[in-house]
Design a protein around this ligand. Structure first.
Ligand SMILES: Nc1ncnc2c1ncn2[C@@H]1O[C@H](COP(=O)(O)OP(=O)(O)O)[C@@H](O)[C@H]1O
Ligand SMILES: [Mg+2]
Length: 370
């Protein structure tokens, strides 16, 4: 028997085309949930409205696509209770708070460029970047992300922009960064093919990032997060030199190795006079359905390192399976499950980032527009 995976289900759903927009259900973010158990598949679709006329046609097409998978047992295609209009439970506040403003500004319209870094890959740097970006929009800020992680440019995937292309243009003829969940995104992934190996050199990388910042029409942004490549080498340094950073965030996991790396990461920023806005400990613990807590990678290392290094600690983010599943579908938890504990944690982290930035800028006597 061929074992059916979630990826295989998503793959066939990329071939199901929504009749109005002529794009796949996956590209349009219409897949709310996919679960596979012993070759039985359950999928929930999100429809644009409760009276969506193509409802039955799309349900039928999705069902048929899944039923064509070899050895599939039961196929259930349901309708998610969410509609896109209802999904962003957090409306932008009417009185948008004013963001603090960095001293040296590369572009007048981008107030604060903030790097998100990690000593090594796989610690959840991109997951944190996308959820933090969405949490900042929910606090009322205008936000963009530059995906500078040339080794694994995953921001488009996690932001539901996997198949996005750079098509729009400003009246002045500048290309527009693709946008989803109220966040503008520019990524090296939009410029390269998925299967293409990425071999870049420092100077080229520096130029690309500068171009992302200066040649694209970002509009006004309070925060532009830069998802850096993991590590503390030349590539990271060139990007930082090109971007006039207002601050940096270090993402780590609780183990000692990761902490060792974040020490190096911190040194890299302080060496460039870039303030560290805090350390985030990701994959802190796992809580099972019965409330039992497992500290898989140890615990508390992030807070301890922050104390030792004299930088703020921004929070502990637990391992949540739903987060990973949704990440693959381009649905950050903060948007897709705004009432979850995980979303609340990310919002606290976002508030911490804003508060720390404001404090640093006040200390440095930078005109902080609070
Ligand atoms: N707190 C978390 N809970 C569950 N899964 C997570 C969490 N953080 C990251 N992941 C998952 O771990 C994998 C690696 O995370 P990613 O953000 O891509 O790391 P990085 O950008 O540091 O390489 C992804 O599949 C992501 O969805
Ligand atoms: Mg990444």
């Amino acid at each position: 028997m061929t074992e059916i995976t979630r990826e295989a289900v998503l793959e066939v759903l990329t071939q199901v085309i929504e009749p109005n927009k002529q794009q796949s259900l996956v590209a349009l973010g219409m897949i709310d949930f996919v679960s596979v158990c012993d070759n039985s598949v359950k999928v929930d679709l999100i429809f644009p409205s409760t009276d969506y006329p193509q409802r039955d046609q799309v349900l039928q097409a999705a069902r048929e696509a899944i039923q064509a998978l070899p050895d599939v047992k039961l196929t259930t295609v349901g309708i998610s209770l969410k509609t896109p209009a209802a999904t962003p439970a957090f409306q932008r506040p009417a009185n948008k708070p004013t963001a603090p403003v960095a001293g040296k500004q590369l572009l007048p319209n981008i107030k604060n460029v903030i790097a998100v870094s990690s000593g090594k890959g796989g610690v959840g740097k991109t997951s944190v970047s996308v959820n933090l970006a969405c949490a900042l929009t929910q606090l009322g800020y205008k936000v963009g992300i530059v995906d500078a992680d040339i080794y694994g440019p995953n921001v488009p995937l996690m932001m539901g922009l996997r198949h996005a292309k750079i098509t729009g243009e400003s009246p002045e003829g500048k290309p527009l960064p693709p946008e989803n969940h109220d966040v503008k995104v520019m990524s090296v992934a939009f410029l390269i093919k998925e299967e293409q190996p990425v071999v870049w050199r420092g100077p080229l990388l520096d130029r690309i990032i500068r171009q992302f910042l200066s040649d694209f029409e970002w509009g006004e942004l309070d925060f532009l997060l830069v998802d850096l490549p993991p590590g503390t080498g030349d590539a990271q340094l060139t990007i930082m030199q090109g971007a006039s950073l207002a601050g940096a965030i270090i993402v780590t996991t609780p183990q000692e190795v990761a902490l060792h790396d974040s020490r190096k990461g911190l040194a890299m920023f302080t060496g460039q006079n870039i303030p560290c806005l805090g350390i985030i400990e990701n994959m802190s613990y796992f809580e099972c359905d019965h409330g039992q807590r497992y500290e898989i990678f140890g615990h508390g290392g992030g807070r301890e390192a922050a104390e030792k290094l004299g930088v703020p600690f921004l929070g502990e983010i637990p391992i949540v399976v739903e987060q990973r599943e949704r990440a693959d579908l381009g649905q950050p938890m903060v948007i897709a499950a705004p009432d979850s504990k995980q979303a609340a944690v990310f919002r606290e982290v976002a508030e911490g980032v804003v508060a720390n930035l404001r404090r640093v800028q006040e200390q440095n006597k930078v005109a902080a527009h609070v």
